[in-house]
Design a protein around this ligand. Structure first.
Ligand code: KG4
Ligand code: ZN
Length: 404
């Protein structure tokens, strides 16, 4: 089975092709293509992702990214010289505007679709998977409409995938099998959720953030420190400079909700605490009166202390609640997912805490390269929901889609 997966929920235009072989419940996955066109440089100027800019970029990128992915997967065949029946049909479809309803809000994408898709032979794929939520509405719609258009002209089934399921299931690219019940911690720019899974595709959210997501907190604190978007990786790099020096902390920050009798989180207070700390330091400490940005990269600065303490606070809360939830629900597998899963401190502390407190739990940490948004994660998730019915032709983007 070959799955072509499309992901445009935020600021990456991503298309992957995944092949699944072997036993249905223990497949062997072979990624044939994984193309990600990142818009980070475009959004960085604005300090965060601008939804309509993201949509415009997806419109421009989708057709070229598809071609690159098909070439990478060796499934690209140009029909330039000898037009097949399928391609004639596609051309007629496009010219008669039978496809226009798929692209009524994406004129640029439709223009490219009409021009380029009839030139490509239908590739040997069995299903198209697409992220339909959660995410930024204009960005999601672009991917959904593109997927609908392709599914229609190539006449293959379309499967709609929850982005967060993708962050969970990307772990199965390399791992063999989830033992249930399983607990997933999803930490991304938009979500912080503890999810209990009793079987494939069955999700129960047992805790979530009440305000900012973990990644959002990283990004906001980074901004306060004068770092560019996305700030998560930069904060952790800065925090490591502190760790190397092995000093006593000069800064203390709260651990919000760490002892609350539930599995919910709250990170916005942490950002405010950093803001107040910075204000206080600006008036009392000469280090803050001179060039801040240079000092950040010197490492031996209060900025490194703040980054270190902030990262510790977030990680401590996440780890403590995760272990408590894993214990309460007697889970057999723990799965980490989302952009913040790239954080080294979080990975290390989770692994150590499980091996200390719950050594029999299987711990799945995604490959750091597979933590950011990509098409493979959507393809794997689509594989595991293969028994669900394919999306109807009136599939809609659902920006506020939930897992449960
Ligand atoms: O999952 P993702 O790529 O996009 C969403 O679905 O939101 O997550 C992006 C988030 C950003 O907030 C980014 O700052 C954060 O993941 N992030 C990190 C690290 N790498 C990415 N946060 C902390 N430490 C990191 N190493
Ligand atoms: Zn994501």
């Amino acid at each position: 089975m070959r799955i072509l997966a499309i992901e445009t929920s935020c600021d990456e235009t991503a298309i992957a092709v995944l092949e699944a072989d072997g036993r249905i419940n223990a497949p062997k996955f072979k990624p044939l293509a994984n193309v990600v066109s990142s818009q980070i440089a475009i959004h960085a100027k604005f300090g965060g992702v601008v939804p309509n800019l993201a949509k415009r970029e997806h419109e421009k990128n989708l057709v070229p990214v598809l071609k690159t992915a098909l070439k990478e997967a060796r499934l690209y065949r140009s029909s330039a010289n000898n037009e097949s029946k399928t391609n004639k049909r596609i051309r007629i479809f496009a010219n008669n505007s039978i496809l226009a309803d798929c692209f009524s809000h994406e004129p640029e994408l439709f223009r490219q679709f009409k021009k380029e898709i009839p030139k490509i032979e239908k590739p040997a794929i069995d299903v198209i998977a697409v992220t339909y939520g959660p995410g930024l509405a204009p960005a999601l719609w672009t991917g959904v409409n593109f997927a609908k258009g392709l599914a229609r002209v190539w006449q293959v089934p379309l499967v709609s995938v929850n982005h967060l399921a993708g962050h969970i299931y990307v772990n199965l690219l390399h791992q063999k099998k989830i033992d249930f019940p399983a607990l997933a911690l999803i930490v991304s720019g938009g979500h912080t959720e503890l999810v209990l899974m009793k079987k494939h595709g069955a999700y129960q959210i047992i805790g979530e953030t009440r305000d900012d997501a973990a990644g959002e907190a990283f990004d906001k604190v980074a901004k306060l420190l004068g770092l560019t978007y996305p700030g998560g990786p930069q904060i952790s790099r800065l925090a490591e400079k502190f760790r190397i020096k092995n000093k006593e902390p000069r800064i203390r920050l709260p651990r919000p909700m760490i002892d609350s009798p539930n599995f919910d989180f709250s990170f916005s207070g942490l950002k405010t605490a950093v803001l107040y700390k910075l204000r206080e330091l600006t008036t009392t400490n000469t280090e803050f009166k001179t060039n801040k940005r240079i000092r950040i990269f010197e490492g031996d600065s209060l900025f490194a202390d703040i980054a270190h303490e902030f990262q510790n606070a977030v990680v401590e809360v996440l780890v403590k609640k995760t272990i408590a939830a894993a214990r309460k629900y007697g889970v057999k597998t723990f799965i980490l997912g989302g952009g913040v899963a790239a954080n080294k401190k979080l990975r290390k502390d989770l692994a150590e805490s499980f091996s200390r407190a719950l050594p029999t739990v299987k711990v799945f940490l995604p490959h750091p390269k597979e933590t950011t948004d990509n098409g493979l994660m959507i393809a794997v998730a689509a594989y595991y929901q293969r028994n669900k019915k394919a999306a109807r032709s009136d599939l809609r983007a659902e920006p506020a889609l939930r897992l449960a």
